[in-house]
Write a protein of this length. Structure first.
Length: 372
């Protein structure tokens, strides 16, 4: 593709140098008049290919944001039995459709959209170079001089292009900046709110040894089967487990405290997927590791646990999930309006049963009001 693209741009430049009036539309004026309609057809097909690439990329990036806790859970539909990464996200598809329609109605013509396009492309170039520097330093362990020299050379070009497009901000270039700022606000709010919520739940969690001592002392009735409690932290007794024992006055004969951890790698090897730790009173700590390009699967985790010695039959397993309502009135160090935004995003997140592939008829949700 690169040689063809380069020749095309060189050809447009040569045309403008020879025929200055062709600057109005050098791409279509590059071909003879008789080839105009075939060129329009080719350009339309190329646009369809590019739009499909953008849509697929948006789906993949959204899935990775969810895994890395930069976005609330969304409905992810796998459209292939053989390709793991072939997915469809209805919410993202709808957002792209609405955004596309608003851009068409707002700008009305492709020439008016050019200002927004120029700022978007040159801004993306600059951001990509900055991310390259971060990757080179943190992942490849390059020295600051080596990474800075290469990134600086590209940034000099990127900022030159971006600076040339600053004058277009008032004529529509503000649109990609506003969209980018809005997405960054949502991602940073979700990441910050998730971190604060985890800290709060870790504080209210009872130390596991104390909880097990209480179970040993009170000896609650034990019923047949396995209970899986999804929690961010398996070191303490999660709030949903405490409420379950408080309300029901009984426990299953096997208790699995399951924590799903996303590693900063695309995929995790199957033999490193699950680690288990046996505790007294029939309790088990289970940590499941997934890459940011993988989708957690609770039934797969349960099957691996069976291979590791935890005998849990699917038809006798109940999953307990937390469905607490977040109230932005607590002492958490976060602006009130951002707390409200985080609560709104949490309420509209997809159900844990769908995201973690949990059978919906094997789920019990326990809620509470949490002030953060």
């Amino acid at each position: 593709m690169f040689p063809a693209l380069l020749l095309n741009y060189f050809g447009q430049g040569a045309l403008v140098l020879r025929v200055p009036d062709a600057v109005q539309n050098p791409f279509y004026l590059l071909a003879p008049r008789s080839f105009l309609y075939p060129l329009v057809a080719i350009a339309t097909l190329a646009t369809v290919v590019a739009s499909q690439a953008l849509i697929s990329g948006a789906f993949s990036l959204t899935q990775q944001c969810v895994q890395l806790h930069y976005s609330p859970r969304v409905s992810i539909v796998h459209t292939s039995r053989s390709e793991v990464g072939q997915i469809y996200i209805p919410e993202v598809n709808t957002a792209l459709m609405i955004g596309c329609l608003l851009l068409v109605l707002g700008f009305e013509s492709s020439s008016a959209l050019g200002a927004a396009y120029g700022v978007a492309v040159t801004g993306t170039m600059a951001v990509t170079t900055l991310l390259f520097y971060v990757i080179a330093r943190q992942r490849w362990h390059w020295s600051a001089v080596r990474a800075g020299a290469l990134a600086g050379a590209f940034l000099a070009i990127d900022f030159a292009f971006f600076g040339a497009n600053i004058i277009k901000i008032a004529h529509g270039g503000w649109v990609p900046l506003a969209i980018g700022g809005g997405v960054f606000l949502l991602m940073s709010t979700w990441s910050r709110g998730t971190d604060l919520l985890r800290r709060f739940l870790a504080q209210v969690a009872v130390p596991m040894d104390r909880f097990l001592d209480e179970v040993e002392r009170t000896k609650p009735p034990r019923v047949r089967g396995t209970a899986v409690f999804l929690t961010h932290d398996v070191d303490g007794a999660p709030l949903v487990l405490q409420r379950h024992l408080l309300y029901n006055k009984a426990l299953h004969e096997r208790i699995i405290l399951l924590s799903i951890i996303t590693k900063e790698v695309p995929e995790v090897e199957h033999d490193k997927r699950v680690t288990t730790e046996a505790l007294p009173q029939g309790f088990h700590r289970v940590r499941a590791y997934y890459g940011f390009m993988e989708r957690p699967d609770a039934q797969e985790i349960l099957a691996i646990c069976g291979d590791l010695g935890i005998m849990a039959q699917a038809e006798e397993t109940i999953y307990y999930v937390d469905s607490s309502r977040l109230l932005p009135t607590g002492p958490a160090p976060m602006m009130r309006w951002r707390k409200r935004l985080f609560s709104f995003m949490a309420r509209n997140a997809s159900a844990a049963t769908d995201f973690f592939s949990i059978p919906p008829n094997r789920v019990v949700e326990l809620g509470a009001r949490i002030e953060f």
